[in-house]
Design a protein around this ligand. Structure first.
Ligand SMILES: Nc1ncnc2c1ncn2[C@@H]1O[C@H](COP(=O)(O)OP(=O)(O)OP(=O)(O)O)[C@@H](O)[C@H]1O
Ligand SMILES: [Mg+2]
Length: 296
Protein backbone atom coordinates (compact mmCIF):
# COMPACT_ATOMS: atom_id res chain seq x y z
CA UNK A 1 0.00 0.00 0.00
CA UNK A 2 1.24 3.48 -0.80
CA UNK A 3 0.94 6.32 1.67
CA UNK A 4 -1.49 8.26 -0.50
CA UNK A 5 -2.20 11.02 2.01
CA UNK A 6 1.47 11.87 2.49
CA UNK A 7 2.19 11.87 -1.24
CA UNK A 8 -0.83 14.06 -1.98
CA UNK A 9 0.23 16.57 0.70
CA UNK A 10 3.76 16.66 -0.71
CA UNK A 11 2.55 17.24 -4.26
CA UNK A 12 0.19 20.02 -3.16
CA UNK A 13 2.91 21.80 -1.22
CA UNK A 14 5.62 21.43 -3.81
CA UNK A 15 3.51 22.61 -6.74
CA UNK A 16 1.26 25.08 -4.88
CA UNK A 17 -1.93 23.25 -5.77
CA UNK A 18 -5.05 24.43 -4.02
CA UNK A 19 -7.79 21.87 -3.29
CA UNK A 20 -7.94 18.83 -5.63
CA UNK A 21 -7.17 16.44 -2.77
CA UNK A 22 -9.64 13.81 -3.98
CA UNK A 23 -8.48 13.95 -7.59
CA UNK A 24 -4.83 13.77 -6.53
CA UNK A 25 -5.63 10.71 -4.40
CA UNK A 26 -7.14 9.03 -7.47
CA UNK A 27 -4.09 9.96 -9.51
CA UNK A 28 -1.62 8.63 -6.92
CA UNK A 29 -3.62 5.43 -6.60
CA UNK A 30 -3.69 4.86 -10.37
CA UNK A 31 0.02 5.57 -10.62
CA UNK A 32 0.86 3.21 -7.76
CA UNK A 33 -0.61 0.29 -9.70
CA UNK A 34 1.21 1.26 -12.89
CA UNK A 35 -1.70 2.78 -14.79
CA UNK A 36 -1.54 5.59 -17.33
CA UNK A 37 -3.70 8.58 -16.53
CA UNK A 38 -6.03 10.71 -18.62
CA UNK A 39 -7.25 13.94 -17.02
CA UNK A 40 -10.40 15.28 -18.62
CA UNK A 41 -12.10 18.60 -18.00
CA UNK A 42 -13.19 21.90 -19.45
CA UNK A 43 -10.89 24.68 -20.57
CA UNK A 44 -8.90 26.16 -17.68
CA UNK A 45 -10.03 23.67 -15.08
CA UNK A 46 -6.45 22.88 -14.05
CA UNK A 47 -5.57 19.82 -16.16
CA UNK A 48 -2.12 20.96 -17.22
CA UNK A 49 -1.30 22.15 -13.71
CA UNK A 50 -2.12 18.76 -12.16
CA UNK A 51 -0.58 16.69 -14.93
CA UNK A 52 2.67 18.65 -14.83
CA UNK A 53 2.83 18.37 -11.05
CA UNK A 54 2.33 14.62 -11.04
CA UNK A 55 4.79 14.10 -13.88
CA UNK A 56 7.45 16.18 -12.19
CA UNK A 57 6.84 14.61 -8.79
CA UNK A 58 7.43 11.10 -10.08
CA UNK A 59 10.13 11.99 -12.58
CA UNK A 60 13.08 12.17 -10.21
CA UNK A 61 14.73 14.92 -12.24
CA UNK A 62 14.07 17.09 -15.28
CA UNK A 63 15.90 14.70 -17.58
CA UNK A 64 13.16 12.10 -17.29
CA UNK A 65 10.21 14.37 -17.83
CA UNK A 66 9.08 14.51 -21.47
CA UNK A 67 6.36 16.83 -22.67
CA UNK A 68 4.44 16.74 -25.93
CA UNK A 69 1.91 19.44 -26.82
CA UNK A 70 -0.42 18.00 -29.43
CA UNK A 71 -1.74 19.60 -32.57
CA UNK A 72 -3.14 18.27 -35.84
CA UNK A 73 0.42 18.42 -37.20
CA UNK A 74 1.96 16.05 -34.67
CA UNK A 75 3.25 13.11 -36.73
CA UNK A 76 4.31 9.68 -35.44
CA UNK A 77 7.99 10.52 -35.91
CA UNK A 78 7.61 13.55 -33.62
CA UNK A 79 6.60 11.15 -30.89
CA UNK A 80 8.64 8.04 -31.62
CA UNK A 81 11.75 9.35 -33.35
CA UNK A 82 13.30 9.27 -36.80
CA UNK A 83 16.38 8.40 -38.84
CA UNK A 84 18.30 11.57 -39.62
CA UNK A 85 18.81 11.45 -43.42
CA UNK A 86 22.38 12.90 -43.58
CA UNK A 87 23.48 10.55 -40.81
CA UNK A 88 21.88 7.57 -42.55
CA UNK A 89 23.87 8.38 -45.69
CA UNK A 90 27.07 8.63 -43.66
CA UNK A 91 26.52 5.74 -41.26
CA UNK A 92 23.61 3.63 -42.49
CA UNK A 93 20.54 2.60 -40.53
CA UNK A 94 21.93 2.22 -37.05
CA UNK A 95 21.71 3.57 -33.54
CA UNK A 96 23.97 6.55 -34.32
CA UNK A 97 21.71 7.87 -37.06
CA UNK A 98 18.50 7.52 -35.09
CA UNK A 99 17.04 10.43 -33.07
CA UNK A 100 14.80 9.14 -30.31
CA UNK A 101 11.56 11.05 -29.83
CA UNK A 102 9.94 11.78 -26.44
CA UNK A 103 8.07 8.46 -26.31
CA UNK A 104 11.22 6.42 -26.98
CA UNK A 105 13.23 8.46 -24.48
CA UNK A 106 10.61 8.16 -21.73
CA UNK A 107 10.47 4.39 -22.29
CA UNK A 108 14.25 3.98 -22.32
CA UNK A 109 14.94 6.21 -19.31
CA UNK A 110 11.90 5.28 -17.25
CA UNK A 111 10.40 8.74 -17.26
CA UNK A 112 7.02 10.32 -17.53
CA UNK A 113 5.60 11.23 -20.90
CA UNK A 114 3.21 14.14 -20.46
CA UNK A 115 0.88 14.42 -23.46
CA UNK A 116 -0.99 17.70 -23.34
CA UNK A 117 -4.34 17.86 -25.20
CA UNK A 118 -4.09 14.30 -26.49
CA UNK A 119 -7.44 14.58 -28.29
CA UNK A 120 -5.76 16.91 -30.79
CA UNK A 121 -3.33 14.13 -31.79
CA UNK A 122 -3.99 12.74 -35.29
CA UNK A 123 -5.17 9.15 -35.46
CA UNK A 124 -2.04 7.66 -36.99
CA UNK A 125 0.05 9.26 -34.25
CA UNK A 126 -2.34 7.86 -31.63
CA UNK A 127 -1.73 4.40 -33.09
CA UNK A 128 1.98 4.58 -32.44
CA UNK A 129 1.20 4.82 -28.73
CA UNK A 130 -0.91 1.68 -28.47
CA UNK A 131 1.65 -1.08 -27.97
CA UNK A 132 3.84 1.22 -25.90
CA UNK A 133 0.94 1.73 -23.52
CA UNK A 134 -0.25 -1.80 -22.96
CA UNK A 135 2.69 -4.04 -23.72
CA UNK A 136 5.45 -1.60 -22.94
CA UNK A 137 6.97 -2.25 -26.35
CA UNK A 138 7.94 0.12 -29.14
CA UNK A 139 9.02 -1.26 -32.52
CA UNK A 140 11.43 0.83 -34.48
CA UNK A 141 11.61 -0.73 -37.95
CA UNK A 142 15.12 -1.47 -39.26
CA UNK A 143 16.63 -0.79 -35.85
CA UNK A 144 15.35 -2.13 -32.55
CA UNK A 145 12.53 -2.98 -30.22
CA UNK A 146 12.43 -0.83 -27.13
CA UNK A 147 11.15 -2.39 -23.94
CA UNK A 148 9.85 0.11 -21.46
CA UNK A 149 11.75 0.74 -18.23
CA UNK A 150 9.58 -0.19 -15.23
CA UNK A 151 9.09 3.47 -14.23
CA UNK A 152 7.75 4.60 -17.62
CA UNK A 153 4.28 6.11 -17.44
CA UNK A 154 2.01 8.48 -19.33
CA UNK A 155 -0.13 11.36 -18.10
CA UNK A 156 -2.40 12.93 -20.71
CA UNK A 157 -4.98 15.70 -20.72
CA UNK A 158 -8.00 16.33 -22.88
CA UNK A 159 -11.00 18.64 -23.18
CA UNK A 160 -14.42 16.97 -23.30
CA UNK A 161 -15.30 15.87 -26.85
CA UNK A 162 -18.30 18.21 -27.06
CA UNK A 163 -15.97 21.15 -27.57
CA UNK A 164 -15.67 22.68 -31.00
CA UNK A 165 -12.38 22.04 -32.78
CA UNK A 166 -11.66 18.88 -30.87
CA UNK A 167 -11.33 15.42 -32.42
CA UNK A 168 -12.50 12.34 -30.59
CA UNK A 169 -9.80 10.30 -28.99
CA UNK A 170 -9.75 6.84 -30.57
CA UNK A 171 -11.52 4.10 -28.63
CA UNK A 172 -8.43 1.93 -28.66
CA UNK A 173 -6.28 4.59 -27.09
CA UNK A 174 -8.94 5.67 -24.57
CA UNK A 175 -9.21 2.06 -23.45
CA UNK A 176 -5.63 2.16 -22.22
CA UNK A 177 -6.05 5.00 -19.75
CA UNK A 178 -7.54 5.44 -16.30
CA UNK A 179 -9.96 8.34 -16.55
CA UNK A 180 -10.00 11.12 -13.98
CA UNK A 181 -12.52 13.91 -14.34
CA UNK A 182 -11.93 17.50 -13.23
CA UNK A 183 -14.89 19.78 -12.54
CA UNK A 184 -14.78 23.43 -11.60
CA UNK A 185 -13.55 23.81 -8.03
CA UNK A 186 -15.58 25.18 -5.11
CA UNK A 187 -15.84 29.01 -4.96
CA UNK A 188 -13.70 29.18 -1.79
CA UNK A 189 -10.91 27.25 -3.52
CA UNK A 190 -11.18 29.36 -6.65
CA UNK A 191 -10.82 32.51 -4.53
CA UNK A 192 -7.60 31.12 -3.04
CA UNK A 193 -6.31 30.30 -6.54
CA UNK A 194 -7.11 33.82 -7.77
CA UNK A 195 -5.27 35.33 -4.81
CA UNK A 196 -2.26 33.10 -5.43
CA UNK A 197 -2.07 33.60 -9.21
CA UNK A 198 -3.05 37.28 -9.55
CA UNK A 199 -0.41 38.83 -7.29
CA UNK A 200 -2.81 41.04 -5.31
CA UNK A 201 -0.29 42.28 -2.75
CA UNK A 202 -0.44 45.96 -3.49
CA UNK A 203 -4.15 46.70 -3.57
CA UNK A 204 -5.28 50.04 -2.16
CA UNK A 205 -9.05 50.58 -2.08
CA UNK A 206 -10.28 47.00 -1.99
CA UNK A 207 -8.63 44.14 -0.14
CA UNK A 208 -7.10 41.22 -1.99
CA UNK A 209 -9.85 39.07 -0.50
CA UNK A 210 -12.55 41.34 -1.88
CA UNK A 211 -11.04 41.59 -5.36
CA UNK A 212 -10.61 37.82 -5.57
CA UNK A 213 -14.15 37.20 -4.28
CA UNK A 214 -15.79 39.62 -6.72
CA UNK A 215 -13.78 38.19 -9.63
CA UNK A 216 -14.83 34.67 -8.66
CA UNK A 217 -18.48 35.72 -8.30
CA UNK A 218 -18.41 37.28 -11.76
CA UNK A 219 -17.02 34.19 -13.50
CA UNK A 220 -19.41 32.02 -11.52
CA UNK A 221 -22.28 34.16 -12.84
CA UNK A 222 -21.07 33.65 -16.44
CA UNK A 223 -21.32 29.89 -15.84
CA UNK A 224 -24.88 30.20 -14.54
CA UNK A 225 -26.18 32.67 -17.14
CA UNK A 226 -28.79 31.33 -19.54
CA UNK A 227 -27.36 33.57 -22.31
CA UNK A 228 -23.95 31.92 -22.09
CA UNK A 229 -23.20 28.48 -23.48
CA UNK A 230 -19.66 28.27 -22.10
CA UNK A 231 -18.82 30.40 -19.08
CA UNK A 232 -15.40 31.57 -18.01
CA UNK A 233 -12.71 29.40 -16.49
CA UNK A 234 -10.65 30.58 -13.56
CA UNK A 235 -8.29 32.25 -16.05
CA UNK A 236 -10.97 34.92 -16.62
CA UNK A 237 -11.01 35.71 -12.91
CA UNK A 238 -7.21 35.68 -12.62
CA UNK A 239 -6.94 38.12 -15.54
CA UNK A 240 -9.71 40.33 -14.17
CA UNK A 241 -8.19 40.50 -10.69
CA UNK A 242 -4.73 41.21 -12.11
CA UNK A 243 -6.09 44.04 -14.27
CA UNK A 244 -8.32 45.61 -11.65
CA UNK A 245 -5.38 45.70 -9.30
CA UNK A 246 -3.58 48.02 -11.73
CA UNK A 247 -6.30 50.69 -11.65
CA UNK A 248 -5.90 53.63 -9.34
CA UNK A 249 -9.45 53.18 -8.15
CA UNK A 250 -10.26 49.52 -7.62
CA UNK A 251 -13.73 50.34 -6.28
CA UNK A 252 -15.04 52.03 -9.40
CA UNK A 253 -17.88 50.24 -11.15
CA UNK A 254 -16.68 51.45 -14.55
CA UNK A 255 -13.24 50.03 -13.95
CA UNK A 256 -14.71 46.66 -13.03
CA UNK A 257 -16.85 46.62 -16.16
CA UNK A 258 -13.85 47.53 -18.30
CA UNK A 259 -11.57 44.92 -16.70
CA UNK A 260 -14.29 42.27 -16.95
CA UNK A 261 -14.95 42.92 -20.64
CA UNK A 262 -11.22 42.77 -21.40
CA UNK A 263 -10.78 39.56 -19.42
CA UNK A 264 -13.90 37.65 -20.37
CA UNK A 265 -14.71 38.62 -23.96
CA UNK A 266 -12.53 35.90 -25.47
CA UNK A 267 -13.27 33.33 -22.83
CA UNK A 268 -17.04 32.90 -23.05
CA UNK A 269 -19.35 31.64 -25.77
CA UNK A 270 -22.89 32.97 -26.14
CA UNK A 271 -25.99 30.98 -26.96
CA UNK A 272 -27.29 31.45 -30.50
CA UNK A 273 -29.92 34.00 -31.45
CA UNK A 274 -29.36 36.61 -28.74
CA UNK A 275 -30.05 40.29 -29.37
CA UNK A 276 -27.57 41.53 -26.77
CA UNK A 277 -23.86 41.73 -27.52
CA UNK A 278 -21.21 39.96 -25.47
CA UNK A 279 -20.14 43.27 -24.03
CA UNK A 280 -23.67 44.05 -22.86
CA UNK A 281 -24.09 40.63 -21.31
CA UNK A 282 -20.78 40.89 -19.44
CA UNK A 283 -21.65 44.42 -18.28
CA UNK A 284 -25.01 43.28 -16.89
CA UNK A 285 -23.41 40.39 -15.06
CA UNK A 286 -20.79 42.67 -13.47
CA UNK A 287 -23.41 45.21 -12.40
CA UNK A 288 -25.58 42.49 -10.86
CA UNK A 289 -22.66 41.01 -8.92
CA UNK A 290 -21.43 44.40 -7.68
CA UNK A 291 -24.95 45.38 -6.62
CA UNK A 292 -25.32 42.23 -4.58
CA UNK A 293 -22.08 42.81 -2.69
CA UNK A 294 -21.51 45.72 -0.33
CA UNK A 295 -19.59 47.49 -3.10
CA UNK A 296 -20.02 51.26 -3.15
N1 LIG B 1 -5.91 23.60 -8.13
C1 LIG B 1 -5.18 24.65 -8.54
N2 LIG B 1 -4.26 25.21 -7.73
C2 LIG B 1 -3.54 26.27 -8.14
N3 LIG B 1 -3.66 26.86 -9.35
C3 LIG B 1 -4.57 26.34 -10.20
C4 LIG B 1 -5.36 25.22 -9.85
N4 LIG B 1 -6.19 24.93 -10.88
C5 LIG B 1 -5.92 25.83 -11.84
N5 LIG B 1 -4.94 26.69 -11.44
C6 LIG B 1 -4.44 27.83 -12.20
O1 LIG B 1 -5.43 28.14 -13.18
C7 LIG B 1 -4.86 28.39 -14.45
C8 LIG B 1 -5.41 27.43 -15.49
O2 LIG B 1 -4.99 26.10 -15.21
P1 LIG B 1 -4.47 25.08 -16.36
O3 LIG B 1 -3.66 25.79 -17.36
O4 LIG B 1 -3.84 23.94 -15.63
O5 LIG B 1 -5.86 24.63 -16.98
P2 LIG B 1 -6.13 23.57 -18.19
O6 LIG B 1 -7.29 22.75 -17.73
O7 LIG B 1 -4.89 22.88 -18.58
O8 LIG B 1 -6.60 24.57 -19.33
P3 LIG B 1 -6.72 24.29 -20.93
O9 LIG B 1 -7.93 23.43 -21.12
O10 LIG B 1 -6.94 25.65 -21.50
O11 LIG B 1 -5.45 23.66 -21.37
C9 LIG B 1 -3.36 28.32 -14.25
O12 LIG B 1 -2.88 29.63 -14.02
C10 LIG B 1 -3.19 27.49 -12.98
O13 LIG B 1 -2.04 27.85 -12.30
MG1 LIG C 1 -3.90 22.87 -20.46
Amino acid sequence: MVDTTRIVTEIKEKFKIIGRTEELKQIVLAHSVGKNILLEGNVGVGKTTLARAIAKYYGTNDSNFYRVDCSEELLPHNLVGYFDPPLVIAKGYNEDSYKNGPLALAMLNGGCLFINEINRMPENTQNSLLTALDEGILEIPKLKTIEAHKDFFVVATQNPAAHVGVTVLGEALKDRFIWINLDYQQPEEEILIIKQEADLDHTVALSAEKIATLSQNIIQATRNSTSIRRGSSIRGAIDMATLINQYENTSSTNNWVEAAVMSLHNKIELEDGLTQSKKEIITNIVLAVLNKSDFQ
